[in-house]
Design a protein around this ligand. Structure first.
Ligand SMILES: *Cc1c(COP(=O)(O)O)cnc(C)c1O
Length: 393
């Protein structure tokens, strides 16, 4: 079975570039150039240097002793929460800004929901001295005010999206409109393994550093580079794709992807895309998405802003359909409890997104010698209000 992208930009039935005619030149330029640029030695040297000295990589692979005792296996945490800006998102933002520079772009645009991707993008734009415009739903700007302030401090202009539900999908529409109007000087930094080809493949490559490091670190710590399981949460799917990337062709490694069930898969307030979705086109690619009978996108819900997305990247749709990956979902309550457990057993406050992946451990059974790696996609500082409201601290 082939799990990577083919030359037409497809993963099995999924992927492609379903874009309006007016975006074709932008996406085509990227398609023609991205592999040459990111395989160039000069690019690699600059990317590696910044990953090391700016982001703080390699991120540790931590053998979580008390988790291991509790769950009866060797549990490892891949610590993306320790990256600069607090999550895996910086890996992709950094890769794309270096690519944009080499394409001669003078201006960056991005969309953001909770503001995490917007902050990562504003950060790398400050680093490179490039103009940055972030589109954000007006409703999200109110809900995520501290991240709006961060982006502004970093020098970005935050533009409210005032149409529709005034959230992520409306911000995405505004960003696309901007890109159509500024095709020559502007690069659009998409924040996950979604969007038209080549974005899903490009973002997966930038995040693949997660599994590349994990393999080396496992070999050093356990004497074998292949674990029995890797787990990650899935919003669009970029930290999961990074965690899966170098294990995909080793079928002995079980890939577990954890979506947000919200208040329950059948509650009407959920973001469990594979459980509830059907095949269709979302944000430029053919994938699986939550939609009504007549194809309208269903508003997703999750307590965690990063998982509150009605689709998944096309490669995930393929891994799901071919059964290469196991796709499961975790409710808000289960995630919050798992987040607190992680604080109390390991002294690590995880992002609520990450807590979804941790909660899945409760539902699995292991052999004592199993090596299990969980991607700790981000830190929980940004989620303190939610934790406080729930637990009443
Ligand atoms: C944005 C985010 C996610 C979800 O995005 P993916 O593209 O699915 O990885 C998960 N965890 C954290 C901490 C995030 O900020």
């Amino acid at each position: 079975m082939e799990y990577g992208v083919n030359e037409q930009g497809y993963y099995g039935d999924f992927g492609g570039a379903y874009i309006p005619e007016m975006l074709y030149p932008n996406v085509e330029e990227l398609r023609q150039q991205y592999l040459n640029i990111i395989n160039d030695e000069g690019f690699k040297a600059e990317f590696d240097d910044l990953l090391k000295n700016y982001v703080g990589r390699p991120s540790p692979l931590y053998h979580a002793k008390r988790y291991s005792e509790k769950y009866g296996a060797n549990i490892f945490f891949k610590r993306e929460d320790l990256n600069h800006t607090g999550s895996h998102k910086i890996n992709n933002a950094l890769g794309q800004i270096l690519l944009a520079k080499r394409l001669g772009k003078k201006r960056i645009i991005a969309e953001t929901g909770a503001g995490q991707h917007g902050v990562a993008t504003a950060t790398v734009c400050a680093l490179m001295g490039i103009e940055c415009v972030v589109y954000m739903g007006e409703v999200d700007m109110v809900r995520q005010a501290p991240n709006v302030a961060r982006m502004k401090m970093l020098g970005a202009r935050v533009v409210p999206a005032t149409s529709g539900s005034k959230t992520l999908k409306d911000a995405t529409n505004e960003a696309l409109r901007d890109w159509i109007g500024n095709p020559v000087d502007t690069h659009y930094i998409i924040g996950s393994v979604v969007g038209p080809y080549p974005y899903p493949d490009m973002v997966a490559r930038f995040q693949s550093i997660i599994s590349e490091e994990t393999k080396k670190q496992l070999l050093e710590q356990t004497g074998t580079e292949l674990p029995q399981y890797v787990l990650a949460c899935v919003g669009g799917g970029s930290n999961a794709m990074g965690m899966f990337y170098h294990f995909i062709d080793d079928e002995s490694v079980k890939l577990v992807a954890v979506e947000a069930a919200g208040k329950g898969v059948n509650s009407g307030e959920s973001a469990a895309t594979t459980a509830l979705g059907k095949e269709g086109v979302l944000h430029g690619s053919r994938t699986i998405l939550m939609q009504t009978e007549d194809g309208q996108v269903v508003e997703p819900y999750s307590i965690s802003a990063g998982l509150d997305y009605p689709g998944i990247g096309p490669q995930h749709a393929h891994l799901f359909k071919t059964n290469r990956g196991q796709y499961v979902s975790i409710t808000d309550d289960e995630a919050l409890q798992a987040g607190l457990l992680c604080c109390q057993l390991e002294g690590i406050i995880p992002a609520i997104e990450t807590a979804h992946a941790l909660a899945q451990l409760e539902k699995m059974t292991f052999e004592p010698n199993d090596n299990v790696v969980i991607c700790i996609s981000g830190r929980g500082d940004k989620d303190l209000d939610n934790y406080i409201n729930y637990f009443g601290y």
